[in-house]
Design a protein around this ligand. Structure first.
Ligand SMILES: Nc1ncnc2c1ncn2[C@@H]1O[C@H](COP(=O)(O)OP(=O)(O)OP(=O)(O)O)[C@@H](O)[C@H]1O
Ligand SMILES: [Mg+2]
Length: 357
């Protein structure tokens, strides 16, 4: 019997063990991956979200999922993750897409084994999954200036995203001949923080060409009816805002889905600290364990750290790491000074406040 391909729910349940919240992005990516695993056609996805909200984390979670959980090698897509800028630089050195295909081919060899014949490897490579991180770094303009490298990188990416076949010279280990390779089966998932986009969209609808679009809503606040402007990028982002940002219309047309990641609120920051497998807390727990100690952080302490982290703008969950380091540094330096007879170190809210003051 054929192995059953995972459903989007199966996949998202797995991704949720590594990514906190961001349900919209996780669902969209899970659906795309389920289609990919089922060898069905699937459109490219663009993720937009502020710095430190989990874009790269989500990409890594998919890589880990594909590696650990896909039922068989035959189903497993070949996955690579690259920085958009690097793609641009590579395009200047050779034919667009060639370096990317080579990377996929090498990855296919790693995954399927060096004894697999090159045709099979190429077959997997040309239907791989490509994560392009920091896609906003290849915008076509920077302020008023034209950003030539960005435009070229977009063009190069467009070549692989829209062309059915590209010329590809196989490396010597795979025979060395040049072939036309059909790359229409590649799936691209791109992500970027698009710094400044939020302000640009807000400007457009408040003082710019769509001035007056954002109207105040009445909300109750402490028993009083007050007028408030409520703005979310999700409600107001249009394709034209991304054009204005410097992403070419043809380039954007290659994406079927655009998903926005949420800014992390205090509750989500708490969960990231507690649950994310690579969080500063988990690393610290592992460190203490290796030294024979147990770390206990109270709920109030966790909340306090999340609150302080949430006040640092533009860092998202990265602020969490920095705040947590400040809290835990002395404890890690000299655990025996703080531990009780049972070798347990307890950090509560007052300890957090003391460390941060
Ligand atoms: N939603 C999340 N779930 C779990 N961990 C998260 C989440 N968001 C951020 N983190 C943690 O915060 C750190 C930064 O996250 P990440 O690298 O994914 O940010 P990013 O969105 O790619 O930001 P940038 O645009 O600056 O690249 C990571 O260590 C990650 O563990
Ligand atoms: Mg990132």
């Amino acid at each position: 019997m054929e192995a059953k391909t995972p459903t989007p729910q199966d996949i998202s349940a797995n991704l949720a063990t590594r990514v906190v919240g961001q349900d919209e992005a996780v669902s969209e990516i899970s659906i795309a991956l389920a289609k990919k695993l089922g060898q069905l056609p699937v459109g490219n996805v663009l993720m937009i979200g502020a710095s430190g909200t989990g874009k790269t984390t989500l990409m890594r979670a998919v890589e880990a999922y594909v590696e650990e959980a896909t039922p068989s090698d035959a189903l497993r897509p070949i996955v690579v993750r690259v920085h958009a800028k690097v793609l641009g630089e590579e395009a200047e050195q050779g034919r667009p897409g060639e370096a990317l295909l080579l990377r996929l081919l090498e990855r296919a060899r790693d995954v399927l084994g060096a004894t697999t014949d090159p045709d099979t490897l190429l077959e997997h490579a040309r239907r791989g999954l490509v994560f392009v991180d920091e896609i906003d770094k290849i915008r076509g303009q920077l302020g008023e200036e034209v950003h030539t490298a960005g435009i070229r990188a977009q063009e190069a990416l467009l070549t692989v995203m829209e062309n059915e076949a590209i010329p590809f010279t196989l490396p010597a280990w795979a025979g060395g001949e040049t072939r036309q390779v059909d790359v229409s089966g590649l799936l691209f998932i791109c992500a970027g923080a698009f710094e400044g986009l939020y302000d640009a969209v807000l400007d457009r609808i408040t003082v710019g060409k769509d001035k007056g679009s954002l109207t105040p809503v009445s909300v109750m606040e402490d028993g009083n009816l007050v007028q408030r402007m409520e703005f979310t990028l999700r409600d107001w982002l249009r394709h034209e805002d991304l054009f204005d940002y410097g992403m070419g219309p043809q380039f954007l047309a290659r994406f079927d889905a655009v998903v926005l990641l949420n800014d992390l609120d205090i509750e989500v920051l708490e969960r990231v600290l507690k649950e994310a497998p690579d969080s500063g807390l988990q690393q610290s727990i592992a460190y203490f364990e290796s030294r024979g100690f147990r770390l206990e952080l109270s709920e109030a302490a966790i909340r306090r750290i999340a609150v302080v982290a949430s006040r640092t703008p533009r860092l998202g969950a990265r602020a969490l790491r920095e705040v947590f380091r400040r809290v835990v540094r002395d404890y890690e330096f000299e655990p025996e000074r703080f531990a009780d007879e049972a070798h347990t170190i307890r950090i509560d809210e007052p300890e957090v406040n003391a460390a941060l003051s």
